[in-house]
Design a binder for this molecule. Sequence first.
Ligand SMILES: [Zn+2]
Length: 209
Amino acid sequence: MTPKLSTVVSLLMTLAAGVAIGGDERSDSASSKTQDVAVDEKKASETKAPPTRKELFRGEVVFLHDALKKRGVNAYEEELSGQIVLDTSDGRLIPIVPDWRGRAFYQDDRLRNRRVELIGQRKSGLPYLQVLMVFTFDENGGRQYTDYWCDICAIPMYEIKLCECCQGDIELRFQPQDLPDYIKKPAHEQSTARSSEGDHPAGRNSTER
Ligand SMILES: [Zn+2]
């Protein structure tokens, strides 16, 4: 490359850079496209991560202080006040996230200190259980899908509150129901299980105010 040619090339490159900087609108739209791509790539990488598996948990939901006491661990009750755990049938304590579904265990003493089966998930590295479905058992051992129900509006709810529709009182509802098929399968076959958030069977059975 002769010195002259290299000067021309460098001049052209400078001009090209000037055009890119000058074209504000184009450069904005290009950069927002780049951001979109970045977001898509992030979503794609999140999708590639192994999905959080839904699992079945059995036991009783109790106050943490009681569960510790039962195990001979003395702790000040004041600091533990209100903390709820699942005391599993194999002796583990799993704290329950007070979210749209787990919150009912904090609110409703009818759901505590009784045998339950919970379908839920735990994020990697976290001890907390995010509950998705609640099953309780009647006096004859019959499995009951358990949620809340407004008799007037005929809509299910998952925590204690006034009805989302009529603002009236809601009832605790029990419906005889088997576990969903996807949870009966061995754990290694559950990866294709779809989200069961909002799962609720049609029809109604017994309710309790
Ligand atoms: Zn209602």
